[in-house]
Design a protein around this ligand. Structure first.
Ligand SMILES: [Zn+2]
Length: 489
């Protein structure tokens, strides 16, 4: 009775409305694949007024955001942005990693089938993701009244950001040349998606991912989702996770400089301007918040670096694996003991070692000795051993955060700065990413719109801070494996 009386006393006049949580109508996450932070300024003179420049003019930019784990690759990056967590905890240890003794791609799910295609591309879901996302928490906060969608050309760039409870994630199936989904989300594509696919498609087999058209296609689909699913049309906050994949494939092929990279970022700017104008008119300027970031950066091309006297090159990890295997065979009798080297991780063949009664520790020490003799390798470590603490602190932290005990294999290593982890021929024009170094781990983070005042900060912050920042803006719980901190005052 006392409680009731207290509540009655605290209530304002009978006619006033119940207090509501103030939130934007729509949250748009925009992850640009392989967008180095310095592109904001390297390309600034070509930005129009309404795209990236508008984000810089109206938004708040964190100028020193770093990725706090290795390897800095697409699946791990997209997951970190939306979970505020790291591979050790969210489980997405790379684009590919070990699960139940098999190397799988991050979104592989043999238990689901494609919707919109019968191909292999449809066997995908967030089944391998161990943590909740911003969208999952938003849904929990609104008793699942919020609507959450993901879209990208790459499956992992759509599925992992959208999370477990998403209404839908859409990605591109090259084999059919249109957007698809999977039976994890639905049994049939909505009518509007079928219509969209009739109007927007490519020849089967055409690689949209390496084309500027991939940028346009993704924004076209993002607008269609907002339009047809009515995102941001009421007071319950919705979330749209958009990822631009083509910027990554273009840099992998043509590197961080030159016409192709410039053109794909020009396209990004043009399409972003169009998208912002669309959101202004559809959802209303000030009614939505948009953030832009990247899943990782990218190194400059080693040949180009060398041409201006910078130390750079490659480490032939394929040859190294063959040499490691020779050495291990010589010392233990076990053939092909080093099974994979991928994204700066080394996986041993535990099955072969167990059958031969050879300890993994012995093989690890042989491999670490071998790596100590490679001048292109800066460090190598067993992340499960205390020796990880002997690494320089920023690297040790990234190794610990990036090492998932079930999925990351046995050893991690890093090349010396400027060196890629494969043989670089003299005519090689492309580039790669995945390392701890600033060129791969320094990313942009700009928020613009609802609740955001213009400004910038040079404080050192981390990719894991993005999710808790968005969640505190929305007054919702942070994701369940979040290790970051909100950047809001
Ligand atoms: Zn990527």
């Amino acid at each position: 009775m006392a409680v009731v009386a207290l509540v009655a006393l605290a209530m304002p006049t009978a006619m006033s409305a119940a207090p509501v949580v103030e939130r934007p109508k729509l949250v748009v996450g925009l992850v640009v694949d392989q967008m180095r932070w310095d592109y904001l300024y390297y390309y600034q003179s070509m930005w129009g007024q309404d795209g990236l420049q508008r984000l810089l003019d109206e938004g708040y930019s964190w100028q020193n955001m770093m990725i706090p784990y290795v390897p800095t690759v697409t699946a791990a990056g997209h997951t970190c942005v939306y979970t505020g967590s790291v591979p050790a905890l969210h489980g997405i240890a790379g684009n590919n990693f070990l699960k139940d003794g098999k190397v799988i791609s991050s979104c592989d799910d043999p238990d689901v089938s494609g919707v919109g295609s019968d191909g292999k591309a449809g066997h995908a879901s967030p089944v391998n993701l161990l943590a909740t996302t911003i969208g999952d928490e938003l849904k929990m906060a609104t008793d699942h009244q919020s609507r959450v969608y993901g879209v990208a050309i790459k499956d992992r760039a759509s599925i992992l950001p959208a999370g477990h409870s998403a209404n839908a994630a859409y990605w591109w199936d090259k084999s059919v040349g249109h957007f698809i989904s999977s039976s994890y989300y639905m049994t049939d594509l909505p009518g509007w998606v079928k219509d969209f696919n009739t109007k927007h498609h490519t020849e089967p087999g055409f690689d949209l991912n390496t084309s500027n058209e991939g940028v346009t296609m993704t924004f076209d689909m993002a607008r269609a989702i907002v339009e047809n699913e009515g995102l941001g049309n009421d007071d319950i906050t919705d979330l749209l996770a958009v990822s631009i994949s083509s910027t990554d494939a273009v840099a992998h092929t043509y590197s961080t400089r030159g016409t192709e990279n410039r053109e794909v970022f020009q396209r990004l700017d043009t399409e972003l301007a169009k998208f912002l104008r669309f959101l202004d008119s559809k959802v209303g300027r000030g009614n939505y918040v948009l953030f832009l970031t990247a899943d990782h950066g990218g190194a400059h091309n080693p040949n180009q670096l060398r041409s201006v006297k910078q130390p750079a090159g490659g480490w032939d990890s394929k040859r190294a694996r063959a040499e490691m295997n020779e050495l291990v065979k010589e010392k233990t009798g076990v053939d092909k003991a080093v099974k994979h080297i991928m994204d700066y991780r080394i996986y041993l063949n535990h099955h072969a070692l167990d059958s031969a009664g050879i300890s993994a520790e012995l093989v690890k020490s042989i491999v670490l000795d071998y790596l100590a003799g490679c001048k292109e390798v800066a460090w190598a470590v067993d992340p499960a051993s205390p020796t990880v603490a002997t690494l320089p602190q920023p690297i040790a932290e990234r190794v610990v955060n990036g090492f998932n005990r079930q999925r990351s294999g046995d050893l991690m290593y890093g090349t010396v700065p400027g060196y890629l982890a494969f043989a670089v021929k003299s005519d090689y024009k492309g580039t790669n990413h995945g390392a701890w170094n600033p060129y791969d781990s320094h990313i942009p983070f700009i928020m613009m719109g609802w609740g955001v005042t213009h400004g910038e900060s040079n404080a050192p912050v981390r990719m894991t801070d993005i999710a808790p920042t968005i969640c505190s803006l929305l007054h919702i719980q942070m994701p369940n494996a979040c290790v970051g901190t909100s950047l809001l005052p």
